[in-house]
Design a binder for this molecule. Structure first.
Ligand code: TYM
Length: 334
């Protein structure tokens, strides 16, 4: 509890271009929840190097991501928006927690298996212990709630298991976090293959809408979106393409899927796809406009980075000191 509010933590990797999946599955929910909680939104650049990165590109993407958080509507005066690598507590807590995490648990992580298959030439130890760093991110700020997409479910469960295990040994050290998943957008699928999630790393750029795509590109991608056989616009397991478009429409406009189905009753797939495209263009417009303004204001962004990493560091060190003491590290002489 900080300032009488519960705490929220979430983060995104500074890799690739952010997609509509990241926005609807996570960022948009952050904006909805931010008034209610004391929030920490991290640009998790330390996670990004589990896969080889071009240093200059990573730095550029990290800054872009931080500006996108703000452009999406998160006020950096009220929310702690910062780079993970600026707070050393993440790495320090991660080491301690790795001594409370079993190999068997990490071996079961499906994201590790997927990424190891994708990067067979670089299956490094960081890729394997990635979920421990993620647990450290969350537990360092004593987060009550963690809004994420469905693909993070297993990591969140492991975080809870580690925290419960630690608390069982040392007493009430960590808050046990709850995951928060959005209603319809917890898993946005590729526009080209609705059996695959929309992903920053998809080789086919037509499968993903990127948050900074211009309106023409967005409309073109929706026009080309794969639909299903038949003509009806219904929300059904055997119509994954249409279902995905309905999920996108409902979460973008804030209506229910049932209302969206009613609205498009009797319309053709072509018209429907255009309407979804327009909803996305309009929904992203304020973010894109604000992003352009922010990218011109270097001094303001630098100031935010400085102030917020100090703020995050302050809260992180409170938890870290407590944990270090519990496990038996000698207390520093001040
Ligand atoms: P990342 O960077 O892959 O994705 C950021 C957020 O976007 C969500 N997401 C999606 N949601 C719906 N549909 C999709 N197609 C889709 N694609 C991505 C993700 O679920 C996520 O919420 N390990 C995390 C980053 C992380 C983190 C944390 C998150 C590191 N530490 C602590 C929360 C708390 C990741 O790689 O997300």
């Amino acid at each position: 509890m900080l300032d009488g509010k519960k705490t929220l933590f979430s983060g995104m990797q500074a890799t690739g271009n952010l997609t509509l999946g990241n926005y609807l599955g996570a960022l948009k929910n952050w904006v909805t929840l931010n008034e209610e909680y004391q929030c920490f939104f991290s640009v998790v650049d330390m996670h990004s190097i589990t896969v080889r990165q071009d240093p200059a590109e990573l730095r550029k993407r990290a800054r872009q991501l931080l500006m996108i958080y703000i452009a999406a509507g998160l006020d950096p005066e009220k929310n702690c928006i910062y780079y993970q690598s600026h707070v050393s507590g993440h790495a320090e807590l991660s080491w301690i927690l790795s001594c409370f995490t079993y190999m068997g648990e990490l071996n079961r992580m499906t994201q590790f298996k997927d990424k190891a298959a994708k990067h067979a030439d670089n299956i490094n130890a960081g890729l394997f212990t990635y979920p421990v760093l993620m647990a450290a991110d969350i537990l360092l700020y004593q987060a009550d709630v963690v809004p994420v997409g469905n693909d993070q479910r297993q990591h969140l469960e492991l975080t809870r298991d580690i925290a419960i295990r630690f608390n069982n040994i040392y007493g009430d050290v960590f808050t046990i976090p709850e995951a928060y998943y959005g209603k319809h957008a917890a898993r946005i699928m590729s526009l080209q293959d609705p059996s695959k999630k929309m992903s920053k790393s998809d080789e086919n750029p037509n499968g993903s809408i990127y948050l900074l795509d211009d309106p023409d590109t967005i409309m073109r991608k929706f026009k080309r979106a794969v639909t299903d056989s038949g003509k009806e616009i219904i929300y059904s397991e055997d119509k994954p393409g249409i279902r995905n478009l309905l999920d996108i429409y409902a979460s973008m406009t804030g209506c229910s899927v049932e209302d969206a189905v009613k609205e498009f009753d009797g319309k053709g797939y072509g018209d429907f796809k255009m309407a979804v495209g327009e909803a996305v263009v309009e929904g992203l417009r304020p973010l894109q406009e604000r992003y352009v303004q922010l990218s011109k204001d270097k001094a303001y962004i630098d100031q935010i980075i400085k102030e917020n990493s100090e703020k995050a560091g302050y809260f992180a060190s409170k938890t870290l000191r407590k944990v270090q003491k519990k496990v038996g590290f000698p207390v520093k002489v001040r």
